[in-house]
Design a binder for this molecule. Structure first.
Ligand code: HEM
Length: 192
């Protein structure tokens, strides 16, 4: 889960940087705390989802009632007893993201692109919460599993794109900064 998330994040950063020519700076302080909280929440939602997927595979249930009974039985395996954490963490995080996206749009003058990513993030959260509930109710058929995973990856990519928009500096600011700090960066930017 962590490997996939890191790989997707770096691919997204590379594609964004290549298409926009902009750079992101972690020192763009006002958003960094919220972005860190968002990344940690998505990490916990993903880890708990992987636990849910693993326990579904090892201990499949024939009906929802049987699954719920197993989840709350004190004699069940630890993986099964951790399984209910996923929807709980996901719904709590989903509420956070929807309010956070709304707050960002109201409180700051975001670029049109950042507003677009914030809106898409909220839409994907709502879609994923519904899809997750459906996956659970249908006892996780393979197509639903794939769809749920696809939406989770799309959500992560959109979160990274929103973070890049919030932390980005214009190309000229980036070049000025590069001239001051790194001779190597100066030569590579003048070569271009
Ligand atoms: C923001 C919302 C959510 C995200 C980002 C998310 C993410 C994930 C991820 C990454 C997995 C692991 C998939 C895999 O490794 O195959 C997963 C599995 C799962 N999630 Fe979610 N999830 C969300 C919401 C929900 C909700 C609300 C429910 C149920 C009410 C739910 C039910 C499930 C189930 C049942 C599995 C196991 C599916 C399987 O057997 O492969 N998810 N989720």
């Amino acid at each position: 889960m962590l490997n996939t998330s890191l790989l997707l994040a770096w691919l997204t950063v590379t594609a964004w940087s290549a298409t926009t020519g902009r750079r992101a700076r972690l020192s763009e302080g006002r958003f960094i705390k919220w972005l860190a909280i968002g990344a940690v929440l998505l990490f916990f939602v993903g880890v708990s989802g992987s636990i849910a997927a693993l326990s579904n595979m090892i201990f499949p249930s024939g009906t929802i009632a049987e699954g719920i009974a197993k989840d709350f039985s004190p004699t069940s395996h630890l993986l099964l007893r951790l399984r209910p954490l996923h929807p709980i963490i996901a719904v709590a995080s989903g509420v956070f993201f929807i309010f956070w996206a709304g707050w960002l749009k109201n409180k700051f003058e975001l670029s049109a692109m950042a507003v677009r990513w914030a809106n898409l993030l909220s839409i994907l959260i709502l879609a994923q919460l519904s899809f997750g509930a459906l996956t659970l109710l249908m006892l996780g058929p393979i197509l639903m599993q794939l769809g749920h995973l696809l939406l989770a990856d799309a959500l992560w990519i959109v979160f990274v794109l929103l973070a890049l928009e919030l932390l980005s500096v214009s190309p000229s600011a980036g070049q000025d900064d590069a001239r001051q700090t790194s001779p190597a960066a100066v030569s590579s930017s003048s070569e271009r």
